[in-house]
Write a protein that binds this ligand. Structure first.
Ligand SMILES: [Zn+2]
Length: 352
């Protein structure tokens, strides 16, 4: 027989209430799934939720997770010996137990690989009894970065996990994982928060001024983590402004200048996914304005420029540019020549 434990439904998180309720119920019966998968875009709150779930599982207070006890605090700071976070290492990095830890990710888009040696190390770790907690918990971030070898090795642990183990995977999308992995997890697809929800949270909890809260909430596309980071680190917004300036620059140029610009942009490989994401948001807004749907635009601080583009270009031009940007973003994930892809894109942007 399994005892019920008291799991709170208030996890001191913003948003994802439905997921928290379901997780609380799942943990309360102590027959919790042995593996969970949280999916959703970058910075939507997957790892935050994973840490909270780890707290709910390990917390030593009556009503879990309390957020106050030593266990909860250690987990919040990633210092608990029985809760480890594993994520991919930079391409070319040699994983070895004695090698220095991989540097923190330079940005959301940096490509990394989760390697079989990392999976073996965690398998060795979970084979031992918990050191001080109830469970051995492993949070595997961005599992889509696991290469095939690593994913297959990990599958064995998912199929026959040691009894004291709980596994929490995060990924952008379940379809990016082997079906045999996703099907062995209880899946929670996290959804973007409403802009108004993020705006209020930024003002109330992070003391953002209302104007900047409104802009960041819109630009975040429902990702609270992104909004908070952009609030705390001006560089994210500066980068976005620079990407839009690049676009405007290209629109004013002729063929030869665009080729030079494409060459320059291709050198900033790590920035390209975000640059294209920003351009995508821009053309989506242009189409919205053209369709008389201007109240839903994202780039609220550049409304005049949006209206100018909406007038200057036809709906057909805006839509085909939107598709071209989307296609380029897809090509770049398939290792095509970045310079070539950007040349084609820039040459196909509408003209002066
Ligand atoms: Zn606690």
């Amino acid at each position: 027989m399994t005892a019920r434990v008291d799991i709170r439904e208030d996890w001191a998180l913003i948003g994802h209430d439905w997921a928290i309720r379901a997780l609380a119920r799942s943990v309360a019966t102590e027959r919790a799934a042995h593996a969970y998968l949280f999916t959703g875009p970058h910075a939507i709150g997957k790892t935050m939720l994973a840490r909270k779930l780890a707290q709910a599982l390990q917390c030593t207070s009556e009503a879990r997770p309390c957020g106050q006890c030593l266990t909860c605090q250690k987990i919040a700071r990633d210092r608990h010996p029985d809760v480890q976070i594993v994520e991919g290492v930079p391409v070319g990095y040699k994983f070895d137990e004695k090698s220095p830890p991989a540097p923190p990710r330079a940005n959301d888009w940096e490509r990394r690989i989760l390697k079989i040696d990392q999976v073996r190390a965690l398998q060795h770790d979970v084979s031992r009894a918990p050191f001080e907690g109830r469970w051995k918990i492993v949070i595997l971030r961005r599992f889509e970065e696991a290469n095939e070898e690593a994913a297959n090795a990990f599958l064995k642990t998912l199929e026959e996990p040691p009894r004291h183990t709980r596994l929490i995977l995060t990924a952008r999308d379940a379809s990016l994982l082997l079906p045999t992995i996703a099907s062995r997890c209880q899946v929670f697809a996290l959804r973007p928060l409403a802009p108004a929800h993020i705006e209020t949270a930024l003002i109330d909890k992070w003391r953002a001024d209302p104007e900047s809260a409104r802009l960041l909430a819109r630009l975040s596309a429902g990702r609270l983590g992104w909004a908070v980071r952009a609030h705390e680190n001006r560089a994210l917004l500066d980068a976005r402004n620079q990407y839009l300036d690049e676009l405007n620059g290209a629109l004013a140029e002729g063929r030869a200048e665009r080729l030079v610009r494409a060459e320059g942009l291709a050198k900033k490989n790590d920035d390209l996914p975000e640059l294209l994401e920003t351009w995508l948001g821009w053309w989506r807004d242009v189409v919205l304005v053209q369709n008389g749907d201007g109240s839903r635009i994202t780039n609220v601080d550049r409304e005049d420029a949006l209206r100018d583009h909406a007038n200057r270009f036809s709906l057909e031009q805006a839509q085909s540019t939107l598709q071209a940007v989307r296609a380029t973003a897809r090509y770049l994930t398939q290792n095509v020549n970045a310079r070539l892809a950007l040349e084609v894109l820039l040459l196909n942007l509408p003209g002066k």
